[in-house]
Design a protein around this ligand. Structure first.
Ligand SMILES: O=c1ccn([C@H]2C[C@H](O)[C@@H](COP(=O)(O)OP(=O)(O)OP(=O)(O)O)O2)c(=O)[nH]1
Ligand SMILES: [Mg+2]
Length: 145
């Protein structure tokens, strides 16, 4: 498996994220605070983490499926983008899509962070794009069966 070294400043060692199994794609992120995400509401959850991601990589913040399925808790902007040059605290934007308040305790694993390589586009202006069978069809144009 490929890996990349990332420097991390962590306000509290107990908040250091980790992979939960040998094949996990994401590092589980822990909440640095206790808070409640109320039904239908959005909360910005600090993680106590500051990263130095090498240029050419990014971090993506994704929901945990268990929280989504059991509690209706998801990441509003998924996948959240952590730019390589960002030096602020990593924060997670949670939304509660259930009818019940969701209590987050300090140290709870609230989301996961996947490190990814980034390919940047070199935009080349043109007056015409090539034709294809699909053409302008989209948004369900191929049907559902
Ligand atoms: O879930 C997220 C998303 C973003 N960020 C931080 C890191 C990221 O590098 C920065 C900017 O994020 P983004 O580009 O998604 O937001 P923007 O609205 O475009 O803000 P900006 O104008 O600062 O780029 O905010 C987080 O901590 N958590
Ligand atoms: Mg941005």
């Amino acid at each position: 498996m490929k890996s990349v070294r990332i420097k991390v400043k962590c306000l509290d060692k107990d908040l250091l994220p980790s992979y939960q199994s040998v094949g996990s794609s994401g590092l589980d992120l822990r909440s640095a605070v206790e808070l409640t995400v109320y039904p239908g509401k959005i909360s910005l959850v600090p993680t106590g983490l500051y990263l130095e991601i090498p240029l050419g990589y990014e971090a993506q913040i994704r929901p945990r499926s268990g929280l989504a399925l059991k509690h209706g808790i998801t990441v509003l902007n998924t996948p959240g983008t952590i730019d390589a040059d960002y030096r602020g605290e990593i924060k997670v934007i949670l939304i509660n899509l259930s009818d019940n308040p969701f209590v987050v305790r300090k140290g709870d694993r609230i989301a996961q962070m996947v490190i990814s390589e980034v390919i940047r586009a070199e935009l080349e202006l043109t007056d015409k794009v090539t034709e294809t069978d699909r053409g302008e069809g989209g948004f369900g144009s191929t049907g559902i069966d």
